[in-house]
Design a protein around this ligand. Sequence first.
Ligand code: SF4
Length: 86
Amino acid sequence: MSSEFPQEVLDLYARLDEDAEAGGYHLNPDRESVLVLAEGLNTNLQRYGYMLCPCRMGEGEREKDLDIICPCDYRDADLEEYDQCY
Ligand code: SF4
């Protein structure tokens, strides 16, 4: 149930969905899984000040993590190969 997610995570999900659609992408239809990712992105945003990919280990410094800030540099290659990002 998405009601278990705080409003700020639901708001971030809505922004990610808008941004994805505006860029010609679609979020994964498994909304619950994307909400878990959005929760991780929101945590990293609070922690680091940028949306470090929640599935990767970062350095915790923006300059060193530029390639893994969502949407990361590897998204398009992953989409092409696996039909979804890492
Ligand atoms: S793999 Fe890339 S596009 Fe997917 S959630 Fe992580 S940073 Fe975002």
